[in-house]
Design a protein around this ligand. Structure first.
Ligand code: GLC
Length: 439
């Protein structure tokens, strides 16, 4: 029954959408898709009862507390967590497979901010009536924007993410150097710290360079940090430029010179965090969640109390973070959508986000939490984090995001591993992106 209804809805949506596509292309729409989504207004969110929450592996360690807080108040509408893999790409693949099977086994989806267009256009997630989420105006505007597709809301921001430069304050202080604001200063600081007898074997810098979504993030930051773009303000790819080449070369030369250790080509977030916590890295680009974990005094971190954070460095001054984060959406095929909507409201509330930031150092989306004096005192990373998020650059907002990120990852990985000369990697990427992102 549900199957037939959703088919009928899809036919209507398709008819409505073809009109929208024409309209969008006439106005120079920015998504480069050829169909799907944006059509029928969100149906009523009906049905109450148990639901599931599909989310990537919880690296924060606090998800169970958050879900238990809901479950203890809602014994008849319990949430069961379906934990997906650690890698963003693998989470996406499982969610897509679930949607293509029209399965109701995932109710609420924890979507990476870059998946909204794809999930909305394919009608894998339900449009959310904005009036049911009255607190949206109190969240950082850039985070709310990531939950929208063609001006309609499909997902509510629960955590944001901005890249931070973690550094060993103890060693920098000892060597008498300030935290770097440029890549050249970072290299210089490294040489000075490595001259200290206790730091002669430390590696200089690592981010996330394994071939997965994190590489798209780090590649984009390198390009943006040198004044280049992957996709311009006009929505057109423009990555074959001298600025982009300088940015990519920061990473390519980093690997060649040994400033970035060879092992970093296998790093996702967690292996990088572990290397930093083991005391093997002087500088580390990672997300805010690392702050709490690296400061643990239970023996899991060798550098608790010995590090600090700064904004990412760039070529000529402060760098540019890629905007990350996670939004909660409701699967189109879910049962008990009224419960799902309430769970999203609960998890995105100021109270829950405050409880979460106190435990995990994940980036909240409520603007007020960054201005709270007590929190700022306790968590000095909040100020650089807010600056990082507010100046962060989004990845392309496109329906074919899966193909776009694969193209970026292949080009970046080819250059970093020395298989493709950086100039050729950028030229090839420009050609691919031009076919994937059409106006
Ligand atoms: C973090 C970010 C997300 C990004 C991912 C890459 O989870 O929040 O936006 O895509 O890292 O690994």
């Amino acid at each position: 029954m549900r199957f037939e209804r959703s088919h009928a809805r899809r036919a209507v949506a398709l008819a409505v959408t073809s009109g929208l596509v024409l309209l969008a292309s006439a106005c120079g729409g920015d998504d480069g898709d050829s169909g799907g989504g944006g059509g029928a207004a969100g149906g009523a969110l009906e049905g109450r009862g148990p639901i599931t929450f599909a989310t990537g592996k919880d690296t924060s360690g606090n998800l169970t507390n958050q879900v238990n807080a809901w479950n203890s108040q809602h014994p008849d509408e319990k949430v069961t967590v379906s934990e997906l893999p650690e890698s963003a790409d693998q989470q996406r693949a499982q969610m897509i497979q679930n949607a293509q099977n029209q399965s109701d086994s995932f109710s609420v989806l924890n979507l990476d901010v870059v998946w909204t267009a794809e999930f909305a256009a394919n009608r894998w997630v339900t449009e959310l009536p904005e009036d049911q989420f009255p607190d949206l105006g109190k969240l950082l505007p850039s985070t709310v924007d990531t939950g929208k597709y063609r001006d309609k809301l499909y997902a509510v921001p629960v955590t944001s993410d901005g890249g931070l430069l973690y550094y060993r304050k103890d060693l920098l202080d000892k060597a008498g150097v300030k935290p770097p604001t440029t890549w050249a200063e970072m290299k210089d600081a490294c040489a000075k710290v490595k001259a200290l007898p206790e730091a002669k074997n430390i590696n200089c810098y690592a981010g996330q360079f394994e071939k997965y979504e994190g590489l798209t993030v780090n590649f984009s930051e390198a390009i943006n940090g040198a004044g280049g773009v992957v996709v311009g303000e006009d929505g057109k790819p423009n990555v074959d430029t001298p600025e982009a080449l300088e940015g990519l070369n920061f990473l390519v030369d980093g690997f060649k010179s040994g400033m970035i250790p060879k092992a970093a080509i296998t790093y996702q977030e967690e292996p990088g965090r572990r290397a930093f916590q083991e005391g093997n890295l002087l500088f580390h680009r990672n997300w805010p969640y690392v702050y709490a974990l690296a400061n643990k005094t239970d023996g899991s971190s060798k550098i608790a109390g010995k590090f600090a954070v700064a904004p990412l460095p760039g070529l000529k001054g402060a760098g540019v973070s890629t905007l990350g984060g996670h939004n909660y959406a409701i699967s189109e095929f879910a049962k008990n959508k009224a419960t799902a909507a309430d769970f999203i409201k609960f998890m995105s509330s100021e109270e829950r986000q405050k409880a979460n930031v106190e435990k995990t150092s994940q980036a909240p989306t409520w603007a007020s939490l960054y201005d709270d004096p007590a929190l700022n005192k306790q968590f000095p990373y909040l100020a650089p984090l807010k600056a990082s998020i507010e100046s962060a650059k989004s990845r392309p907002k496109v329906v074919k995001y899966g193909d776009v990120t694969t193209a970026i990852q292949e080009a970046a990985y080819g250059a970093l591993t020395g298989t493709t000369p950086p100039k050729d990697a950028l030229a090839g990427l420009q050609t691919k992106l031009s076919t994937l992102i059409t106006q």
